[in-house]
Design a binder for this molecule. Structure first.
Ligand code: ADP
Length: 170
C-alpha cells in the first residue's frame, strides 16, 4: 500500500529516502529548489554530478546522486518543461519527469520519496495544470506497481499546497 501526502515546507529538511530536485539541464545547480538542495547538500553534490553526469540531462529524464549532507540518502535530479518554451510537449514532459523519478526511486530500492512542485516556479507552469499532471502520473505509477510506501508532495507556498490538497481530496 502506497500513501500519498502533501506537506508545506522546505524539501531539504525532509527525512525520506529520496528527494527529487527540479533541476535544469546542466545539473550544475540554479535558483529555487535546485539552489536550496545544493546549498543544503554541500559541494560534494556538485562534485558527484560533474563526475557522473558531465553532459547534464534532458528534459523529462531523471538521474540519481547521493544526498551528501541531506537527511535524504538520495537526490533524484529531474528537469521539468518550461511552460512557454517547450510547446505542446509540456504536458508529456512534466509527466515524464514524475514518472522517471519514481522509476529511479524503484531501482534504488527507496521506500519513501518527496517531490517539489516541478516547473511551477521559474519555469512558469500553471499550478492547477501542473498539480493535476503530477497527481495523475503518480497514481498511474502506483497502479503499475512500486515498492514505495510513502510519496510526499512538498509545497513551498500556499497556492501549491491548496492545489494539491484539492487535487488529492484532502
Ligand atoms: P522550476 O524551474 O522547475 O519551476 P523552481 O525551483 O523555480 O523550479 O520552482 C519549483 C517549485 O519549487 C516552486 O513551486 C517553488 O516554490 C518550490 N520551491 C522552492 N524552494 C523550495 C524548497 N526549499 N522546498 C520545496 N519547494 C521549493
Amino acid at each position: 500500500m502506497t500513501s500519498i501526502s502533501v506537506v508545506l515546507g522546505d524539501i531539504t529538511k525532509l527525512e525520506v529516502d529520496a528527494i527529487v530536485n527540479a533541476a535544469n539541464v546542466s545539473l550544475r545547480g540554479g535558483g529555487g529548489v535546485d539552489g536550496a538542495i545544493h546549498r543544503a547538500a554541500g559541494l560534494g553534490l556538485l562534485e558527484e554530478i560533474i563526475e557522473k553526469y558531465p553532459d547534464g540531462i534532458i528534459v523529462g529524464a531523471a538521474l540519481p546522486t547521493f544526498g551528501h549532507k541531506l537527511k535524504a540518502m538520495y537526490v533524484i535530479h529531474t528537469v521539468g518543461p518550461r511552460y512557454y518554451l517547450d510547446g505542446v510537449e509540456h504536458e508529456k514532459l512534466l509527466s515524464d519527469a514524475y514518472r522517471n523519478s519514481i522509476r529511479v526511486a524503484n531501482e534504488l530500492g527507496c521506500k519513501s520519496i518527496a517531490f517539489p512542485a516541478i516547473s511551477t516556479g521559474v519555469y512558469g507552469y500553471p499550478i492547477d495544470e501542473a498539480t493535476e499532471i503530477a497527481v495523475r502520473t503518480i497514481r498511474e505509477e502506483i497502479a503499475a506497481g512500486t515498492e514505495l510506501q510513502e510519496i510526499v508532495f512538498c509545497c513551498f507556498d500556499d497556492a501549491n499546497f491548496e492545489a494539491y490538497k484539492n487535487e488529492l481530496g484532502l
